[in-house]
Design a protein around this ligand. Structure first.
Ligand SMILES: [Ca+2]
Ligand SMILES: [Ca+2]
Length: 403
């Protein structure tokens, strides 16, 4: 929408129309609340026909993508998801993880989510911005954003968990409330901010572990972010449906991540699902039934472990999220938990120099490296990947880190 057009200010003066939000940046627009009398297809068509209006979309509710919270499981320091994706390895009994990085040596990763707990001892928060009324990006009243942050960047400090890129500078872009809900407008607002401000803050990766109804405007805003040479990683969503049924998983410029289950860090399907109360029952090394999927082989869909993932949560959320005895850490499942492993790989791709081109997203290079690794070792995948396909459900190749 052209906000400087003569008619634009008039819109908000129509009887009963309330301006909720004014979006500035790559995707400009107004979020308006219409009175019931104008909530009709005719009125929306009328809006769309105005000369300064490019498009009209119904506001959508976007939510965190948690499929399961398991009761106080056994804490483990061996990061299963990292072992399975090659982000860590065992040499005898020695766990080898990525070296801890610092602000000076790593690209930053923006997490568009419920906030990230700035007080958590296992996370380095570099900065952020709150797009919700809370006005505190370091406050996570839900726990989801902090869990995602730990999967990406928890410190290798001998306590708690270890992230894919230990010590990675995290930017908390808060668009979801304590209930885990937000709006399409909020997501666009955050993506606009990244397009305008991301590179100046060394942000090269954006993690979107959320899902809502289809939104062309989210995809428009995302394209502007990618045009800045920033990679966008999106959770596939937890509805057990096709990825094109919602946003941002329907956006072609995102690398979309489905979820599979792995309980021992190894292929072969030999591990048993955990025994703790409420724990998931998805068999080892199979696609998660909650995970969305693609209808065909698709060069922007990959898979990662997303079932029964241990990570950081705010201490204040330990009750509902059922923390382990080790402290503010909990086991959650969802495509929300799979996406951040791939976000970590994207950061490593930039850190290694393999994806350092100034105006280039790492999504293409990442997909190619994951594809090549999977084709070179077809037995290392899972039931549901293209080497062991399920009818009409395509979950993509399992992400393996080569950076
Ligand atoms: Ca740690
Ligand atoms: Ca396994």
């Amino acid at each position: 929408m052209d906000l400087s057009a003569a008619g634009a200010p008039v819109l908000a003066q129509v009887q009963g129309v309330m301006e909720v939000k004014r979006l500035r940046g790559a995707v400009r627009g107004l979020a308006l609340q219409l009175p019931t009398s104008l909530n009709t297809p005719d009125a929306v068509a009328g809006l769309r026909s105005l000369s300064f209006v490019e498009d009209v979309e119904r506001e959508g509710i976007v939510t965190v993508q948690i499929a399961n919270v398991a009761a106080a499981g056994v804490p483990t320091t061996a990061p299963i998801g990292l072992l399975r994706t090659g982000l860590a390895r065992l040499e005898g009994n020695d766990l080898k993880v990525q070296p801890t990085v610092t602000n000076a040596t790593s690209v930053s990763i923006a997490i568009v989510d419920t906030g990230v707990d700035s007080k958590h001892p296992d996370i380095l928060l570099a900065g952020g911005k709150d797009f919700t009324p809370d006005n505190d990006y370091g406050l996570d009243g839900n726990g989801h954003g902090t869990h995602v942050a730990g999967i990406i960047g928890a410190l290798n400090n001998g306590a708690g968990v270890v992230g894919a890129v230990p010590g990675a500078p995290i930017w908390s872009l808060k668009v979801l409330s304590a209930s885990g809900q937000g709006t399409t407008t909020g997501v666009i607002d955050a993506l606009n901010w990244v397009a305008d401000n991301g590179r100046a803050r060394n942000i090269r990766v954006v993690n979107l572990s959320l899902s809502g109804p289809r939104s062309k405007m989210i995809c428009d805003a995302m394209r502007e972010v990618v045009a800045q040479g920033i990679t966008v990683i999106a959770a596939a969503g937890n509805n057990g449906m096709e990825i094109s049924s919602g946003s941002p998983s329907d956006c072609s410029s995102a690398l979309v991540v489905t979820a599979m289950a792995d309980y021992d860090g190894k292929p072969g399907g030999k591990a048993q699902p955990p025994k703790s109360p409420g724990a998931p029952t998805t068999p080892d090394d199979t696609a998660a039934s909650f995970s969305n999927y693609a209808m065909s082989r698709n060069a922007h869909v990959v898979a990662a472990p997303g079932v029964h993932v241990l990570s950081t949560v705010p201490a204040a959320r330990c009750g509902p999220l059922k923390c382990t005895q080790a402290g503010p850490y909990a086991y959650l499942s969802g495509t929300s938990m799979a996406a951040p492993l791939v976000s970590g790989m994207a950061a490593l791709c930039y850190n290694s120099g393999a994806c350092a081109a100034k105006r280039s997203s790492s999504a293409g290079a990442l997909y190619t490296s994951i594809y090549n690794a999977a084709r070179a070792d077809r037995g290392a995948g899972f039931v549901g990947d293209p080497s062991t396909p399920l009818a009409r459900k395509f979950y993509g190749y399992l992400a393996t880190n080569t950076f």
